[in-house]
Design a protein around this ligand. Sequence first.
Ligand SMILES: [Zn+2]
Length: 153
Amino acid sequence: MIVESKDEIKVNLEKVKFTKKLEKKIIKKLKKRLWELAKEYCRLKHGNICFTCGKKGLKGGNWHTGHFIPKKISSFIVDCNPSNLRPQCYNCNINLGGNGSYFYRNLLKEIGEICINALFLANEDKSKPSMSDYIAYINMYKGIINEIKMSKK
Ligand SMILES: [Zn+2]
């Protein structure tokens, strides 16, 4: 057993605090990057048509990336999952709170019941994501964004 002196304990506690603070900072940046990529993918893949009301030509502040399972109740895995995100207009995403009934109907048509159930199941996993979870998700998005860009060339 290693016995630490009081000073050593204090130094080690400071190191832990510093490391946790740094980790928080890094995760904040990774979260931001992940969301940017999720949005980019959603736009490249699904275009600028509102998924729930069909409004065409969305742009700027009227071109949102809406969640099927709302952000407030979604787990990390589901929050940025490509199946959970679709383009929406401001009215559907904000005024109609995501326009859930139409979101469900259209998503059911597009990805089917099994994939929708898989999303709900994945949403049960409320474990806190680590830095490597974020990095893995970011790399996944980089891969699928590249695939789309290559196929459009
Ligand atoms: Zn809409």
